[in-house]
Design a protein around this ligand. Structure first.
Ligand SMILES: Cc1cc2nc3c(=O)[nH]c(=O)nc-3n(C[C@H](O)[C@H](O)[C@H](O)COP(=O)(O)OP(=O)(O)OC[C@H]3O[C@@H](n4cnc5c(N)ncnc54)[C@H](O)[C@@H]3O)c2cc1C
Length: 323
């Protein structure tokens, strides 16, 4: 029987993505331990106890907020004690950063962006999309532990267990080697990016802009449209790299993977790397002047037109319908 550990990040919440992470872990049908590094509020611990057999609140005195080296050292220490076969993390930026490093420290194997998990014999098999979503690859992780981050919303949450798991607070003493890693890094400053109420990965409607908008100003008009629709804002990498919008708006291979009911793509071409981030969108709609833009081969509805002739009238029409 495989022993599965789910690692959360400091400050984690029990949102749709965390629910999906535990859904993925519980479907492996193996003893499940959740590790919460740093301080965790009682409500979160109680909710996690409804998902896992055991919850370990890993308490290292310095770990008050996410710090990569320290979080990694704490997770490594607890995993070395638990000796899991499988370690699962979420798809957030912190987890993506730590997954391969944790695998390296534990002497295991690692992969990211899992959309399916299955135990075959002694090994974990991970299904993930490749070639911009054109094909699915099944990868067997042969070196234990298999350390994997899962794509947000790819797995449905499971209902709360009838009997909550046990909760243990464990003081974590770092090894000399771990302490050296931690001391090698110092956080000088923290900048918290303001994000909307809803994480992009959890948004049900997204308005996304690309390089064709020509600068940061048109994004203000898109924001008004998004506000009318109750949508979150996103962008292509070209728009983010140009500094027109914040980097955390980026959707795609090297950005967020989103799964909204509606994705409205405005003046973005639909490069394969962008499409990788919207493969799970239910309905894609595009506005683009170029009828040959790749996005038109992937959308259910498209308008070949200058966005300036569409966005304003669309917002006014929606506002009048909703008022
Ligand atoms: C390793 C790697 C990883 C990458 N990861 C990502 C990623 O995560 N996300 C991502 O987005 N990209 C990523 N890219 C970049 C990707 O290849 C494209 O360069 C990028 O997505 C293009 O952005 P865009 O569609 O906004 O710009 P463009 O491709 O320049 O498209 C602009 C579009 O706007 C249209 N347009 C112009 N004017 C108007 C107008 N007035 N009205 C309506 N339409 C108009 C044009 O017809 C065109 O189709 C990655 C690339 C690499 C190599």
């Amino acid at each position: 029987m495989k022993n599965v550990v789910v690692c959360l990040m400091p400050g984690a919440k029990f949102d749709r993505a965390t629910g999906g992470l535990f859904g993925a872990a519980r479907r492996l049908d193996a003893p499940l331990t959740a590790v919460i590094p740093g301080p965790a509020d009682d409500e979160l611990v109680a909710t996690i106890a409804q998902q896992a057999d055991t919850v370990i609140c890993a308490d290292a005195s310095e770990l008050t907020a996410y710090q990569p080296e320290l979080t990694l050292a704490v997770l490594q220490t607890v995993c070395e004690q638990l000796q899991p076969d499988i370690v699962l993390l979420s798809g957030d930026t912190y987890s993506q950063e730590l997954t391969p490093r944790l695998a390296g420290r534990l002497g295991g194997s690692s992969i990211g962006d899992a959309q399916g998990l299955a135990i075959e014999g002694d090994h974990l098999r991970v299904t993930r999309s490749v070639y911009g979503g054109k094909a699915m690859a099944v990868v067997e992780l042969r070196r234990s532990p298999a350390v994997v981050w899962v794509r947000a919303r790819s797995f449905d949450p499971e209902p709360a267990r009838e009997t909550p798991g046990t909760v243990e607070t464990r003081a974590v003493e770092l090894s000399e080697a771990a302490r050296r890693h931690v001391n090698a890094t110092e956080i000088i400053e923290r900048h918290v990016e303001t994000t909307g109420d809803v994480r992009l990965e959890d948004a049900t409607v997204i308005v996304s802009g690309g390089r064709g908008l020509g600068g940061p100003e048109p994004f203000e008009e898109l924001k008004q449209l998004a506000s009318t629709m109750g949508a979150q804002m996103a962008a292509s990498r070209a728009a983010c790299d140009a500094g027109w919008v914040p980097p955390h708006w980026q959707v795609g291979q090297t950005g967020k993977k989103v799964a909204p009911e509606l994705y409205l793509a405005i003046a973005l071409s639909g490069a394969s790397q962008h499409l990788m981030g919207i493969a799970d969108a239910k309905v894609i709609t595009a506005i683009n002047t170029d009828e040959d833009a790749p996005i038109f081969r992937h959308c259910q509805f498209g308008i070949v037109e200058d966005y300036r002739n569409i966005v304003g009238p669309l917002r006014e029409k929606l506002a009048s319908l909703l008022s």
